[in-house]
Design a protein around this ligand. Structure first.
Ligand code: TYM
Length: 333
C-alpha cells in the first residue's frame, strides 16, 4: 500500500495557504487512498527565534485544526514529531550523508537566514540543517509520496538525493519519495504582496487569511487585496499576480479552473466578493469542528498519544536498519 507522509510546523496560526496547498488534500483524498501519517513538526519550529509557550500553544492548535479539517484518526496517523525519537535519531545519520553545500543552496535557508541577519539576529545552526531533519521525517516512514505546496518541492528533492546516496553507499535502506502537489493553489500568495507566498510567520498580517479568521476578517482582507493596474479580470500569474491569486483561491474553494472563471467577471469587485464568500464557506465547517474539539482537549491528547505510538512502531525498523547499514554496532538487548 502506498505510504504518505506530510507535516506542518507550528510557527504561526495555520493559513489558507496551508489548507489549500496541503491540509485539505490530506483530509479529502490522501488519508483515504494510502497508509498516511500527518505530523505537527514541532522540532522545526525551533530553528528560528521562538517563544516556548507560543510553540506549545500553536502545536496544540495545529493538532486540533488538522482534526477539525477532517483528518480521521481511525483512518490515518496524526502525531507530534517530538514525541517520536526516530526523527532526531535518523537526522544525525543523514547529516553524515548530506553536504554543507547542499544545505546552503536551499532557497528557504537563504531567505530566512538573510531576514534574520537583516534584523541583526544570529542564524541558528538548526536552520541550516532543517532540510536534513525534514528528510529524516519522510525517510523514517518509508513514504512513497509527500503531499506539499510548491515551496517544499526543493526540500523533497533533497530528500530524494540523500536517500539515493545513502542507498548507494550503504545498501538499500530507504524508499525514494516524491512530492505531490495540488492542481490549483499550490502557491497561495500574500493578498497584500501577491509576489510573495502567503506564510504563517509573515509580518504582513492583513495579507494572510488564517483558518480561524472570523468571516468579517476574511471579507475585509479579501476586499483589500492588492490588485493589479488595469481593470480587466485576466488569469496571468506573471503580469496579473494579484488577480490571478484571487482566481486561484476562488477556483480552489468553489471548484473550476482559474482561467475559465476569469471569463465570468467584468469587475475586480465582483471577483473579490465571490472569492470572500467562497473562502468563508470553505472555512465555516472547519471552524465549527475546531470549536467542538477545543471543548474536549483530552480527546485531542488521546489521538496524539495513540498516533505517536503507531508512528514509533512504523519508523523504528527503518531507522534501526539505517544504523546497522551505516556501520554502528547494535546495542545488546
Ligand atoms: P509549512 O508548515 O510551512 O507548511 C505546511 C504545508 O503547507 C504548504 N503551504 C502552502 N501551500 C500553498 N500556498 C502557500 N502559501 C503555502 N504555505 C504553506 C507547505 O508547502 C506545506 O506542504 N518544511 C515543512 C514542514 C515539514 C514537512 C516535513 C513537510 C517538515 N517535515 C516532511 C512534509 C514532509 C514546512 O515548513 O511546512
Amino acid at each position: 500500500m502506498t505510504r504518505i507522509f506530510s507535516g506542518v510546523k507550528p510557527t504561526g496560526h495555520l493559513t489558507l495557504g496551508n489548507y489549500l496547498g496541503a491540509v485539505r488534500r490530506w483530509a479529502e483524498v490522501d488519508q483515504h487512498r494510502a497508509d498516511a501519517l500527518f505530523c505537527i513538526v514541532d522540532l522545526h519550529a525551533l530553528t528560528v527565534d521562538h517563544d516556548p509557550a507560543r510553540v506549545l500553544r500553536l502545536s496544540r492548535q495545529a493538532a486540533t485544526l488538522l482534526l477539525a479539517s477532517g483528518l480521521d484518526p481511525e483512518v490515518c496517523t496524526v502525531f507530534v514529531q517530538s514525541h517520536v525519537d526516530e526523527h532526531a535519531r535518523l537526522s544525525y545519520l543523514l547529516e553524515c550523508v548530506a553536504t554543507d553545500g547542499e544545505m546552503r543552496r536551499m532557497i528557504q535557508y537563504k531567505e530566512k537566514a538573510a531576514r534574520e541577519r537583516a534584523r541583526g539576529g544570529s542564524v541558528r545552526l538548526s536552520l541550516l540543517t532543517y532540510p536534513v531533519l525534514m528528510a529524516a521525517d519522510i525517510l523514517a516512514y518509508g513514504a512513497d509520496e509527500v503531499p506539499v505546496g510548491d515551496d517544499q518541492t526543493q526540500h523533497v528533492e533533497l530528500t530524494r538525493d540523500v536517500a539515493v546516496r545513502f542507498n548507494q553507499r550503504y545498501g538499500h535502506t530507504f524508499v525514494v519519495p516524491r512530492a505531490t502537489r495540488p492542481e490549483v493553489a499550490a502557491r497561495v500568495m500574500n493578498l497584500q504582496e501577491p509576489t510573495s507566498k502567503m506564510g504563517k510567520s509573515d509580518d504582513v498580517g492583513p495579507g494572510v487569511v488564517y483558518l480561524l479568521d472570523e468571516p468579517d476578517a476574511v471579507r475585509r482582507k479579501v476586499a483589500r487585496a492588492v490588485t493589479d493596474s488595469g481593470t480587466e479580470v485576466a488569469y496571468d500569474r506573471e503580469e496579473r499576480p494579484g488577480i490571478s491569486n484571487l482566481l486561484e483561491i476562488l477556483a480552489a474553494c468553489a471548484g473550476g479552473d482559474p482561467e475559465e472563471l476569469s471569463g465570468g467577471y467584468t469587475s475586480y469587485g465582483a471577483l473579490k466578493k465571490d472569492t470572500a464568500d467562497a473562502v468563508v464557506e470553505l472555512l465555516r465547517p472547519v471552524q465549527e469542528r475546531h470549536k467542538e474539539l477545543c471543548a474536549d482537549p483530552a480527546e485531542v491528547e488521546r489521538v496524539l498519544r495513540d498516533g505517536a505510538a503507531r508512528a514509533r512502531e512504523t519508523a523504528r525498523p527503518t531507522v534501526d536498519a539505517a544504523y546497522r547499514a551505516i556501520g554502528l554496532l547494535p546495542a545488546a538487548d
